[in-house]
Design a binder for this molecule. Structure first.
Ligand code: HEC
Ligand code: HEC
Ligand code: HEC
Ligand code: HEC
Length: 363
């Protein structure tokens, strides 16, 4: 059956990813199975990055307001200041490294890199393509009617008035080339947690880097990061940065918790230093998130999630082998997204955080 709420391509690609580490890289544009890119993978990734600024085809040419929003975020400013901070120096010293911008250990999370004179160089902070996927292959498709290269370029905001079929065609073709668009809530969440749980044991255990942040998808995506201009009420003439609809917010909340748990368990499965700081932090994180999911299911029964969650041990500890859990949780999350448009989930509204991380950009 064709589902209208989630991308069927996203589901198929995710299933493939669990049989091939390479598929995961292509799918997320960011992380490999153990959360890390090899040198070759990083190079292939950087080669497809266009960059938000300073080129003819850049994102800012057509997405000025999104770009203005981004330039007010930590994701942008990390490029300017974090490498000069005493906290960064301390981490680098502990690792025996000297420069944050030259260290491969730092750049996969703090920067979007491109190729300069044959090697991978950070060129921006966490920018458009860190979240939406490197764009070289999908750029020309994503703004054309039906993703048809001979078709007409959409004008700003016209996407809103396209038929659902045309939009699905357009974004589907871009998705096949690595774009992560706004309907791909699962992939978006995977990408955020792929950096925000800090899945690099060495940086955490040896460098003393924080072992992940209190990241939650709704509060962290609807504050300083939010850039909902093209879907806003006033688009295309006077776009505003609208909050996501309550239905979407509910789906983001549930997906965020599920992907948080999936990522923590995947990180645990790839740990090499048992009982190390990173391992213990991920166990705490997984237990905390599982408790939140149990509270959620006490408010409302969600048939797509229950079997997966009840199949998990009651509590995770140092000896839990978590390697089989991520794919079970992943499949459940995608089934959830396919079955729910969010309209019937009002029972969870009291659980969704209302305070945001940073203030939304107002123009
Ligand atoms: C796997 C991803 C990842 C890697 C690798 C990584 N960082 Fe971070 N780093 C993060 C995230 C995510 C945050 C922000 C967390 C937050 O805001 O809550 C962060 C925050 C920081 C901070 C601010 C910490 C604070 O307490 O305010 C410093 C300093 C830092 N990183 C330095 C480094 C250095 C130096 C390296 C390389 C040796 C590095 N990071 C590698 C993901 C990473
Ligand atoms: C030539 C103009 C142009 C350029 C350059 C461009 N875009 Fe777009 N983009 C568009 C148009 C037009 C739309 C459809 C807007 C609408 O929905 O009305 C769009 C839509 C999008 C969407 C939303 C799709 C969805 O989820 O609904 C994303 C994300 C996006 N672009 C990202 C980028 C990124 C990242 C870059 C730079 C790598 C970029 N774009 C460069 C014109 C452009
Ligand atoms: C490529 C890695 C990466 C991805 C993907 C990523 N982030 Fe971040 N994010 C970071 C790093 C690194 C920092 C901290 C930068 C610093 O302080 O130096 C950060 C900081 C933030 C902050 C500011 C936190 C603060 O303490 O002020 C917010 C909010 C945020 N991220 C939200 C998100 C959301 C939402 C997503 C997914 C839609 C996301 N991030 C995806 C790496 C990433
Ligand atoms: C931290 C990750 C992150 C970064 C960086 C980022 N985006 Fe997004 N983008 C998202 C998320 C998440 C959504 C979906 C948000 C929602 O629907 O609430 C989105 C949605 C969009 C949309 C569709 C908005 C709508 O109204 O439907 C466009 C267009 C877009 N992004 C373009 C860009 C451009 C251009 C840049 C760089 C200037 C950029 N994004 C940077 C995460 C990011």
């Amino acid at each position: 059956m064709l589902n209208i709420y989630a991308s069927t391509r996203e589901t198929l690609r995710t299933l493939a990813m669990f049989t091939s580490a390479l598929a995961l890289l292509v799918f997320s544009g960011q992380i490999s199975a153990d959360g890390w890119m090899s040198e070759e993978q990083e190079k292939a990734h950087a080669m497809n990055v266009i960059g938000p600024l300073k080129s003819d085809d850049n994102c800012t040419n057509c997405h000025g307001q999104e770009s203005d929003t981004w330039q007010q975020t930590r994701h942008y400013s990390t490029f300017k200041d974090q490498h000069r901070s005493p906290e960064a120096d301390k981490i680098l010293e502990a690792l025996g490294e000297r420069s944050m911008k030259r260290s491969a250990e730092c750049r996969q999370c703090h920067y979007t890199s491109s190729i300069k004179r044959g090697s991978v160089k950070p060129s921006f902070g966490v920018s458009c393509e860190s979240c939406h996927g490197p764009a070289k292959e999908w750029l020309a498709l994503h703004s054309k009617e039906g993703g048809d290269l001979a078709g007409e370029d959409l004008k700003w905001g016209e996407g809103k008035n396209e038929s659902a079929e045309q939009r699905a065609l357009r974004l589907g073709k871009a998705e096949d080339k690595g774009m992560i668009h706004s309907d791909m809530i699962y992939s978006i969440a995977k990408n955020c947690f792929g950096c925000h749980t800090v899945p690099n044991e060495k940086v955490v255990n040896t460098g003393g880097h924080i072992a992940g942040s209190d990241f939650e998808l709704v509060s962290w995506s609807q504050g300083e990061v939010r850039h909902n201009f093209s879907s806003s009420a006033g688009a295309p003439d006077s776009p505003t940065n609208s909050p996501s609809s309550i239905e979407k917010t509910r789906r983001l909340y549930v997906t965020g918790l599920m992907v948080d748990l999936e990522t923590s368990l995947n990180n645990i499965a790839h740990v090499s230093e048992k009982g190390g700081i990173f391992h213990m932090a991920m166990i705490t994180r997984a237990n905390k998130t599982k408790t939140k999911l149990t509270e959620l299911l006490a408010k409302i029964s969600i048939a797509e999630l229950e079997p997966a969650l009840t199949s998990l041990p009651k509590v995770f500890d140092e000896s839990t082998d978590t390697s089989e859990f991520p794919k079970v949780l992943s499949a459940a999350t995608l089934q959830f997204l396919a079955a729910h448009d969010g309209s019937k989930l009002a029972a969870i509204d009291g659980l969704i955080p209302t305070k945001t991380k940073g203030t939304p950009y107002a123009g």
